[in-house]
Design a protein around this ligand. Structure first.
Ligand SMILES: *Cc1c(COP(=O)(O)O)cnc(C)c1O
Length: 370
């Protein structure tokens, strides 16, 4: 079965093998060395000197950023389930909330954020997704972050890059915290989250720490010393270290280039077989497609063609399907998935099969864009 859901993603064999070794103790020089190497490699991907590793799914890192970096009023951008989640976390900790809400296919924009900050000068943190996975949408995060800092450099900008870090280069010049998780572009099992921090974020955390398990001041102190505050997720970190080696063997630029090429070729193939891309600004991480009979398509895809893709959530349930484009995916895997989708369209009586999806994908991937 081909696992092509935009998280969890398939775990490559080399990583599974690396994680099959006997468990090592987390307070040993051996593990400290692996931990140090892992953080060093991560810092190249995140674009920060400090990247903290937390034992939680991605939401844990989202919560840690809310509690450690917002003390008064948060501005959250909600273009889907994950943006909505930031708002729910803010409320759960009784912080004040201003939420900008959009349709799930619509990105936020500089003007709306600017207006919200001008009306609410006490906003001290902005929370946004780089890619909102609910609809596969890319927010103009870099531009928004830049404007926020121009308006008030004391506002912390937190970007959830769980489906962006390791997919594309995120310019962190104006971003203070960038979040990621193990089960998306990092191709690991779920259970590990990561937060890259700017100098400004570090200062803010060190000035006023919050909480116990997700106390980032405690973690900063420990992790700079190549250990963790609590028992580290040793096996996942060993897997991550291996995975980062695999990416750097390919070369980070080459890895991003291939990911983009595969994503662009997929978008075009989907359009050429008459389907509609859902988001107005598609992210590189996944191909999100509007489709009235999405659940039926997914069911046939899985049973007959051995391809597992994701559907939509809430009001998009049954109306959307999403194909993963994160991680080390072979072109023949994507090509087969697109071909299988075209075959299902034929089976559903929507469009006669003639191999267009496969042809368009391969022409773009192997001939034009190289
Ligand atoms: C997957 C995902 C998360 C994290 O969800 P968890 O289930 O807690 O790992 C957060 N944000 C985005 C954009 C995601 O895609």
């Amino acid at each position: 079965m081909l696992l092509l859901t935009p998280g969890p993603t398939a775990v490559p064999e080399k990583i599974r093998v690396a994680m099959s070794e006997p468990t090592i103790h987390h307070r040993t020089p051996e593990f400290s060395e692996i931990f140090r190497q892992t953080r060093e490699k991560l810092s190249k991907i995140f674009g920060y000197d400090e990247v903290l590793l937390l034992s939680s799914s991605g939401t844990g890192a989202m919560e840690a950023c809310v509690t450690n970096l917002c003390h008064k009023k948060a501005l959250t951008i909600n273009s889907g389930k994950f943006g909505e989640r930031f708002g729910k976390i803010v409320k759960a900790f009784s912080l004040e909330l201003v939420e900008l809400k959009y349709e799930w296919d619509t990105p936020s924009n500089i003007k709306d954020v600017e207006d919200a900050i001008k009306i609410n000068p006490d906003i001290d943190a902005v929370f946004i997704q780089v890619c909102e996975s609910a609809g596969g949408l890319r927010h103009p995060v870099e531009e928004i972050a830049k404007r926020v800092k121009e308006l008030n450099p004391d506002i912390v900008v937190v970007a959830d890059g769980i489906t962006a870090v390791g997919v594309e280069r995120v310019d962190t010049t104006h971003i203070d915290a960038l979040i990621s998780g193990s089960q998306k572009a990092f191709m690991l099992p779920p259970g590990l989250s990561m937060v890259g921090l700017s100098e400004f974020a570090i200062q803010k955390i060190e000035k006023k720490s919050f909480g116990y398990y997700f106390n980032l001041a405690t973690e900063l102190k420990k992790q700079k010393d190549n250990t963790t505050a609590w028992t580290a997720a040793t096996t996942l970190i060993i897997g991550l270290n291996k995975m980062l080696d695999m990416i750097f063997e390919i070369g980070l630029d080459e890895f991003y280039k291939t990911t983009k090429k595969r994503g662009d070729a997929s978008l075009k193939a989907i359009e050429e077989i008459g389907l509609k891309i859902y988001p107005k600004t598609p992210a590189c991480a996944m191909i999100a497609v509007s489709f009235e009979d999405a659940d039926k398509l997914r069911k046939i895809l899985k049973q007959k063609y051995q391809v597992n893709i994701a559907g939509g959530q809430e009001h998009l349930k049954g109306k959307l399907f999403r194909i993963n484009n994160m991680g080390l995916i072979e072109p023949y895997e994507t090509s087969w998935a697109l071909n299988a989708i075209e075959l299902v369209l034929d089976e559903l009586g929507i469009r006669e099969y003639n191999g267009t999806a496969n042809r368009v994908f391969n022409e773009l991937y192997f001939k034009e864009l190289v």
